[in-house]
Design a protein around this ligand. Structure first.
Ligand code: 6PG
Length: 241
């Protein structure tokens, strides 16, 4: 597990989201030239995006922030399954983020094409460290099966990938996804797991306490080489810790 790791517990998901926003406010200072953040998808981020676009709209210096995604469903950007579409609705449009600061994964392309295109874009735009682009912050969620981004327990080969992005398949439906690889994620300066809810309590306990069971879960291998890993949990997800 990461040398530098913090487990933060809050009474509710809303309180945890506000704590993440406060943490981001301290990171995204007006004197930084640019701040590159990768967003996750699913439902939990909606709670955080509402806080960022609401109470923190004027507190955070958004002008230098560039938005990326740690994974995307291989669907059009207008599809309700699109992580980009959700972020556009809950965060980017309310904050009036400049189009040039938004780097979405092109879910409408063939999956492999989208993966190669995105890897090339981040390699061009971001500073490199040990052969991988460096994100200032990567926001991640976790599924009840221990997946994170779109790295699933039945596709653990992605843990060994030397690429920035890979194509995976959502196990329940076979839906193709483009996902960051573990090596790219672990190259970030800050990684935040925002994992509220009782459905994740067992996984959180196994991963945080480094049970043998955890070896089966992709989220266990999120371990920044140079940065800090923070878990923002609520009472429900932290109930077994
Ligand atoms: C996605 C996400 C995925 C998500 C987890 C948790 O594209 O679905 O990136 O990894 O973070 O599935 O999702 P919830 O927050 O909806 O539980």
């Amino acid at each position: 597990m990461s040398q530098s790791r913090e487990i933060k517990k809050y009474s509710t998901a809303q309180a945890a989201a506000e704590a993440i926003a406060t943490y981001m406010e301290k990171l995204i200072l007006s004197d930084v030239e640019r701040f590159d953040i990768a967003l996750s998808g699913g439902n939990s981020p909606k709670i955080l995006f509402d806080v960022l676009a609401g109470k923190f709209a004027k507190k955070i210096f958004w002008d230098n922030v560039y938005f990326w995604w740690s994974d995307e469903r291989c669907v059009s950007p207008e599809d309700n399954d699109s992580n980009y579409k959700m972020a556009k609705e809950y965060l980017l449009d309310p904050l009036k983020i400049d189009y040039g600061h938004i780097h979405r994964i092109k879910g409408e392309l063939k999956p492999e094409e989208a993966s190669v295109d995105y890897s090339a874009k981040m390699t061009k735009e971001l500073k490199q460290r040990e052969g991988f682009p460096v994100f200032n912050l990567i926001l991640l969620g976790m599924g009840p099966d221990g997946h994170t981004a779109s790295i699933f327990p039945n596709q653990m080969d992605i843990l060994k990938s030397e690429k920035c992005c890979e194509v995976s398949s959502f196990p329940a439906t076979g839906q193709k996804r483009v996902t960051f690889t573990v090596k790219l994620i672990n190259n970030a300066d800050h990684i935040i797991f925002f994992v509220p809810g009782s459905s994740k309590q067992q996984r959180i306990k196994e991963i945080v306490c480094e049970d043998d069971q955890a070896l089966k879960f992709p989220a266990y291998y999120i371990c920044p080489k140079h940065g800090i890993l923070l878990f923002f949990l609520d009472e429900d997800s932290a109930s077994l810790l």
